[in-house]
Ligand binder design. Structure first.
Ligand code: CP
Length: 302
């Protein structure tokens, strides 16, 4: 692939290659070994929406491979505040960089930018659309901790309507024959278009609003934040927030792990952080080897 825009652009073979490469790069990601595979290369970062993990793990990944990073972490520090449009901004950053990473509030923004520039473009989240590099690190985490992806039973919980991480992840898990459950309030169900796409590929997920229906049978609880910033009506957000809360009493004695793309609000009790169930900080670390694999694959072959 030249660009990473949507997980739907990947074959299972493409994904497996990234996961294998990430595995071989883990020692470099942990600074136990050195690599100079991207010496002299520069990554351009365009973050129109806030980020902690995606931005910092891309920066870490590039630096661990001896490359450099430029760009903006907020539009306030760029000429976007003067009114420069997305196409011109992307063309300019592409003049200086060997690949672009973009996060934007508009679905389709990364695809649009990839049509405007010649260098590879990586979607770091486009509105409620897709977050494909998150999905790759989610898969890597499952493989690393559970020893497999195929055959797992995974419940995606929370804001399935606006959550770009679960949109991407559901397509990928479908490719691996994972048995999925979608657990959400009725107002935040997985978009019908995604359910339709999955069904077309003979992937059928159980849909429920009751977390207790899945707790005894799943290997992974993939919990998501209710995406306050995507609600057109703040009152609807206030009504729905707090729909689910994973605390230690709920999962005690169950044979499962808890993942979350982070940031988390109060959907997971802090006490879970300190138990063997809570894997989300380890998951966030795996963003480094996975993004190293992505950067090597795109920049070295461009
Ligand atoms: N998971 C994720 O995208 O986190 P950030 O918003 O902090 O990048």
């Amino acid at each position: 692939l030249k660009n990473i825009i949507s997980i739907k652009d990947f074959s299972k073979k493409d994904i497996n290659e990234i996961l294998k490469s990430a595995e071989s790069l883990e020692a470099v990601a942990r600074s136990k070994e050195k690599s100079d595979s991207l010496t002299g290369k520069i990554l351009g970062m365009m973050f129109y929406e806030p980020s902690t993990r995606t931005r910092l793990s891309f920066e870490t990944a590039m630096k661990r491979l001896n490359g450099g990073v430029i760009g903006f972490a907020e539009t306030g520090a760029s000429s976007v505040t003067k009114g420069e449009n997305l196409a011109d901004t992307a063309r300019m950053v592409a003049e200086y960089a060997d690949a672009l990473v973009i996060r934007h509030d508009l679905e389709g923004a990364a695809r649009y930018v990839s049509d405007m520039v010649d260098v590879p473009v990586i979607n770091a989240g486009d509105g409620a659309g897709q977050h494909p590099t998150q999905t790759l690190l989610d898969l890597f985490t499952m493989q690393r901790i559970m020893g497999k992806i195929k055959g797992l039973k995974v419940a995606l919980i929370g804001d399935l309507k606006y959550g770009r991480t679960v949109h991407s992840l559901s397509y990928a898990l479908g490719m691996y024959g994972v048995k999925m459950s979608f657990v959400s309030p009725d107002e935040l169900k997985m978009p019908p278009g995604i359910v339709h796409d999955l069904n077309q590929n003979n992937v059928v997920a159980q849909e429920t609003s009751d977390i207790n229906e899945v707790l005894d049978e799943v290997d992974v609880l993939y919990v998501t934040r209710i995406q306050k910033e995507r609600f057109p009506d703040p009152e609807e957000y206030s009504r729905i927030k707090g729909a689910y809360r994973i605390d230690y009493d709920l999962i005690k004695g169950k044979d499962l792990i808890v993942m979350h793309p982070l940031p988390k609000m109060d959907e997971i009790a802090h006490e879970v952080d300190h138990t063997p169930y809570g894997k989300y900080f380890e998951q966030a670390f795996y963003g480094v080897p996975v993004r190293m694999a992505i950067l090597e694959s795109l920049i070295k072959s461009f």
